[in-house]
Design a protein around this ligand. Structure first.
Ligand code: CO
Length: 309
């Protein structure tokens, strides 16, 4: 404060014409009042930060152990954040648990705004930046900067999004293979697959896996790296046994039926049919602590961004 500045034009209505001395005497009371107001406001205030965990969703109840593990880790890491869950697969939202704990992305963002949350980071559990991720980004972007709404919205990347993440993930996946696997036995990671251009992430991951392990393979339930293509590659290498693992956040319907199912067209049955033995690793990616740790680190990175990618 300037010693010879103008006397308190900013507070013209307090006690009419106030001298500097009288105002000084009044200051402690003002501070007390301000402190009381602030503490009351803080006590009643909603959390200012929220995390929306956005997953594809699953219709298989036991597969949710994967989501539960992620939920636990997020809550432990960010105890001061309000946390909500959304599933991005519209069809699966109809099969969500009936406990109001799983919302659509729109519902969750609106709920955050209603709670008075100002900053939301959306934690994508998607594996590639495909259709689901793109739709998520579009929805999230629409909620950024709405008047009287959320002030800051950011979105974390999917598991695979650049060359570094591909290389890193290849290493993490291989670490999760049980030590009983012998070098001449193959490991086969099956992703969901897509006809979206982001499907290139699967053959890209194959490249980084091959750099580390000549008997590591990527397949997809949908798309080009199908059971026919992968089986041919396995046979070309004379593989007799495969460790088969889903490369999806949860070991849901695709794992239970498409990979390990009893139908003759499941991956396990198709491999058995050409005399390749299958050792199932029926866990979702969320059940592996090193993957969850990586996802949390991506989430932390997103908190530093203002707008969705
Ligand atoms: Co699917």
């Amino acid at each position: 404060m300037e010693a010879d500045g103008p006397p308190f034009h900013a507070t013209p209505n307090i006690g009419g014409k106030m001298t500097r001395q009288r105002f000084s005497a009044f200051l402690p009371a003002l501070f007390l009042l301000a402190a009381l107001c602030c503490s009351a406001a803080f006590a009643a205030e909603a959390p200012r930060k929220g995390i929306l965990i956005a997953a594809f969703g699953t219709s298989v109840a036991p597969a949710q152990v994967s989501y539960a593990a992620i939920d636990k880790e997020v809550k432990k890491t960010f105890p001061d954040h309000e946390i909500l869950w959304a599933w991005t697969a519209r069809t699966l939202l109809h099969k969500r648990p009936r406990n109001d704990q799983v919302l659509s992305v729109q519902e969750a963002m609106a709920r955050f705004a209603a709670m008075g949350v100002k900053e939301v980071v959306v934690f994508s559990l998607h594996v590639i930046p495909g259709r689901e991720y793109e739709d998520l980004a579009t929805t999230v972007r629409a909620f950024a900067g709405l008047p009287k709404g959320l002030e800051k919205v950011s979105l974390s990347p999917p598991l695979l999004y650049d060359t570094e993440s591909l290389d890193r993930t290849a290493g993490l996946l291989l670490k999760n293979i049980p030590p009983a696997r012998k070098a001449d036995e193959a490991v086969l990671f099956i992703g969901h697959g897509t006809h979206h251009p982001a499907g290139v992430y699967y053959p890209a991951l194959q490249y980084y896996l091959s750099q580390r392990d000549g008997n590591a393979f990527v397949g997809t339930v949908e798309g080009d790296l199908d059971v026919v293509a992968v089986t041919a590659a396995l046979r070309a290498r004379g593989i007799k046994k495969v460790w088969l693992a889903p490369m999806m956040m949860v070991a849901g319907d695709h794992a239970v039926n498409d990979l390990f199912g009893d139908e003759p067209d499941s991956w396990a049955r198709r491999l058995n049919a050409v005399s390749i033995r299958v050792e199932p690793i029926s866990k979702g990616l969320g059940e592996f602590p090193n993957i969850v740790e990586q996802r949390i680190s991506d989430l932390r990175g997103a908190m530093e961004h203002d707008t969705p990618k």
